[in-house]
Write a protein of this length. Structure first.
Ligand SMILES: Cc1cc2nc3c(=O)[nH]c(=O)nc-3n(C[C@H](O)[C@H](O)[C@H](O)COP(=O)(O)OP(=O)(O)OC[C@H]3O[C@@H](n4cnc5c(N)ncnc54)[C@H](O)[C@@H]3O)c2cc1C
Length: 382
């Protein structure tokens, strides 16, 4: 027997939870399938910007205070530093703080709220294939579910995306960054860290980070792979320059990060892609949490509206994506090539001059109060 649902959401992380909660609250039957059992490990810096905090409240009713009470927000800071290996290039105070979270706990909490909203959530269920025409979703153990619509929220290695005939996977891979991140006890780090720090200038297109996260730090690098970049070796050099004793590193892991690979047409037949599956990550700083939540919500709202009116949801999802999300990603993409080129030509000092020219508006741009498109005031539609 094949079970039928209005929508099947493949992937129960941020993008999937945002889509599913939106549909479940409108009384639609939703099945969420995730191959992992939650809480599951998740490699991420966990940094939330102003727009993300607003969206989490809008979608899930979670605020910085409730997230802090649950131990999900681990650290709050309105300070930042941008450094090269030899000097501090820019630092200062922002108009709104960054909230640094535990992604394992955040994802677990949101999926719990999805379940509470009435969605069917099945963990430990791996999708191996789907058919966007018939709405069939095939699991590893041979079972098949059918949805009128399929939402692909299954991350950077998306299986749903593999069923889209027109997606150029080679082009997507070219603009997918490699990342490595480790967790270090704050006491084992050579200096106290009271703010998020970015390290630039040692990768053609990428950067490193040191983020405070409660009693430990998250230390990582991300960058587009060039043929001659040995990423693990580069990470060892990075740790060495930071003065980290290799003996304190217990687990070192990597994960792909969409970094300029966002799709303009993530709809095929009755399926659509959201979050990392569609490459929706801001291509300068690698912010993906907000874009996963926002594209998930748009897809959920488009499907709910389509089911109500008997119309196809794809055009509505594309309309909102093109109006609100893609201008940001395109603007950030242009800015990153400008900055990375300037750094190559004039050294890291170019960044120092650029940031110090307009630190306030640039900080507001990162938070989403202003747009990556000419720093205009940004209006979000939620
Ligand atoms: C090292 C690193 C640091 C980062 N730091 C930040 C940061 O500080 N701030 C920020 O905003 N963004 C950051 N990002 C980006 C952010 O983590 C992602 O953009 C975000 O997690 C995307 O969410 P998602 O729901 O689209 O996908 P994911 O979070 O990747 O979730 C995909 C889900 O799908 C499931 N799945 C996958 N395949 C299948 C399958 N075949 N069947 C069933 N289930 C499946 C997985 O188990 C997973 O739960 C970082 C990313 C990396 C790699």
């Amino acid at each position: 027997m094949t079970e039928n649902f209005d929508t099947i959401v493949c992937g129960g992380s941020l993008a999937g939870s945002a889509a599913a909660v939106t549909l479940a609250r409108q009384g639609r039957s939703v099945l969420v399938l995730d191959k992992a059992e939650f809480p599951r490990t998740k490699l991420c810096g966990g940094l939330l910007t102003w727009k993300t905090v607003r969206l989490l409240d809008h979608l899930f009713g979670e605020t910085p205070e409730t997230l802090r009470e649950q131990g999900i927000v681990k650290y709050v800071s309105d300070q930042y530093s941008i450094r090269s290996f030899t000097s501090t290039l820019a630092e200062g105070t922002l108009s709104y703080p960054f909230h640094l979270t535990d992604r394992v706990e955040l994802d677990n909490r949101l999926l719990h709220l999805v379940r509470q909203a009435g969605a069917h959530v099945r963990e430990g269920e791996e999708v191996v294939r789907c058919d966007p025409e018939s709405g069939e979703v095939h699991l590893k153990d041979g079972r098949i579910f059918r949805g009128r619509y399929i939402i692909g929220a299954d991350g950077a290695h998306s299986t749903v995306r593999a069923s889209f005939p027109e997606v150029n996977l080679r082009a997507m891979r070219r603009f997918t960054a490699a990342t490595i991140e480790v967790k270090i006890a704050a006491a084992d780090y050579p200096e106290p860290v009271d703010r998020p720090i970015l390290y630039i200038g040692f990768l053609d297109a990428g950067y490193g980070w040191v983020f405070p996260n409660g009693d430990h730090l998250l230390v990582g690098i991300c960058g587009l792979r060039r043929r001659d970049t040995h990423f693990a070796k580069l990470f060892r050099t990075y740790l060495d320059v930071l003065g980290v004793d290799p003996a304190v590193i217990t687990h070192q892991r990597g994960h792909p990060l969409p970094y300029g690979s966002f799709l303009h047409d993530p709809v095929h037949a009755n399926a659509m892609l959201v979050g990392d599956a569609g490459g929706y990550v801001e291509p300068l700083f690698g912010e993906g949490i907000f874009y996963a939540l926002c594209t998930g919500m748009y897809a959920g709202q488009a499907v709910a509206q389509g089911l109500k009116n008997g119309t196809a949801p794809g055009p509505e999802y594309l309309r909102r994506l093109h109006r609100t999300i893609l201008p940001e990603l395109n603007g950030s993409n242009t800015l990153r090539w400008f900055l990375f080129r300037a750094m190559k030509l004039f050294g890291s000092g170019a960044i120092s001059r650029f940031v110090n020219l307009g630190a306030g508006p640039l900080g507001d741009m990162v938070h989403g109060k202003r747009s990556y498109h000419w720093l205009k005031k940004k209006d979000w539609d939620f």
